[in-house]
Design a protein around this ligand. Structure first.
Ligand code: FES
Length: 212
């Protein structure tokens, strides 16, 4: 009886000791797992946080673009990319400028009343300097990029008008101030982006500066 009781005590003590050991092991495993988990989470957070920072490419995609126009001859057009969009800079001839007002009756918004340009380009030429037209080269219908047709090629689409922009996607037409003709799918004039002249030979696209 006493032996039984001693054994029982012994086995009870043994049981308690094993349980304590189990608890301690479990605790260690729990702590170890938590620490590893935290380190793992911290390790995983580094590339994740890094991905929140805008990349150099993304910064460049939103940056202003400075364009040297010193080589742009009268009658020529150059294309640059700004915020992943094509932007045209056209040096219009004095002769072409004289023809623009004659088109008013054929245009949907000849006075540029819709907000498609900064205030400093809401004028007859839709530009800061009459000679230089700056436009986002994206059709206001569904976003195709229109073609610049010169030397009479535009007359096929607008009788008596030698030069303009034609969108082949659905036939929208714009004059050499980016104003949309009536009776075409595009609802609005082409967009004039913010820009200013840094000096006589340099245009900065993307910001409103002091108008030169
Ligand atoms: S996208 Fe230019 S006419 Fe439709």
């Amino acid at each position: 009886m006493s032996e039984v009781s001693l054994d029982a005590n012994k086995s009870a003590q043994q049981g308690e000791s094993e349980q304590a050991s189990d608890n301690s092991r479990r605790k260690f495993l729990t702590v170890a797992t938590s620490v590893i988990g935290a380190v793992g989470a911290a390790g995983a957070a580094v590339p994740f946080i890094a991905s929140w920072q805008p990349s150099a490419r993304a910064k460049a995609a939103g940056a202003d673009v400075e364009v040297d126009i010193s080589g742009l001859q009268s009658g020529q057009l150059i294309r640059v990319m700004w915020r992943s969009k094509p932007v045209w800079i056209v040096r219009r001839t004095p002769e072409l400028l004289k023809t623009l007002s004659a088109l008013d009756g054929q245009l949907r918004d000849p006075n540029s009343e819709a907000e498609q340009q900064p205030a400093y380009a809401q004028n007859a030429y839709r530009s800061i300097k009459e000679e230089y037209l700056v436009l986002v080269g994206i059709c206001t219908h569904l976003g195709c990029s229109p073609q610049h047709l010169t030397d009479g090629a535009f007359t096929e689409y607008a009788e008596g008008v030698a030069e303009g922009f034609f969108c082949p996607c659905h036939g929208s037409k714009f004059d050499m101030a980016g104003r949309v003709f009536q009776g075409v799918p595009a609802p609005l004039n082409l967009v004039v982006p913010p820009y200013f002249f840094v000096d006589d030979n340099t245009i900065l696209i993307g910001s409103d500066g002091e108008v030169a």
